[in-house]
Design a protein around this ligand. Sequence first.
Ligand SMILES: [Fe+2]
Length: 258
Amino acid sequence: MIVLGVGDVIGRPGRDALRAVLPALKSERGIDVVIVNAENSAGGLGTTPETAADLFDLGADVLTGGNHTWKHREFGGYLDTHERALRPLNYPEAPGRGAGLYKTRDGRPFAVINLIGRTFMEATENPFRAVERAVAELAAKTRVIIVDMHAEASSEKRAMGWHLDGRVSVVWGTHTHVPTADEEILPGGTAYLGDIGMTGPYASVIGLDPQHAVKKFVISRPTAYKIAEGNVQVRAILVDIDDVTGKARSIERLTLRP
Ligand SMILES: [Fe+2]
């Protein structure tokens, strides 16, 4: 099974870039499943029912979320009624779900788990423990399990990779908007990448217009923010997974310009 993971899509520039490159990429690389981190798809912060629908329309099969998932209150209701839109599993008593079992168009099962880290982030349930329950449940139904670990600290993401090595197909990181070059297949067969990077404008400070973003640091106070526009790139990861064993055969970082 060929799985494409797309890093944090930033507002309209990110959505438009993904729309521009995805059809050709899907056919050229024989992609079976497209998983998109959607937590910044609405104006650079949060997800709305409209931006989620747009991402599904342009070719996403499953959406994952993160700390900004809760920015727009109406999205909670959307999560409750759309099983292909996930939020991190380890939020206590949250709307929606943090893991799902799905099928490819030709009927092959796969599962997706969305987690959020706790280092330099808000306090949530322990993702290392929460994921145990989800993996135990899903492993009985499919060998192909994909984990989006939305987290700040490289160490916490890497620890999750080793924690799940041999039990899931891939652990990739999202959230920092900065791509890392640490892709590998761990000894037990789990593919790992620390952070996919964002799908959005790279002439920016993690997606935001530098003028606004720099000022915040200069004056040590919050400032208005604006999405940047220049050098839009799609950052993604392509993982080839053996359907029978659930182990990864290869992992490849992709950079695409619309
Ligand atoms: Fe985030």
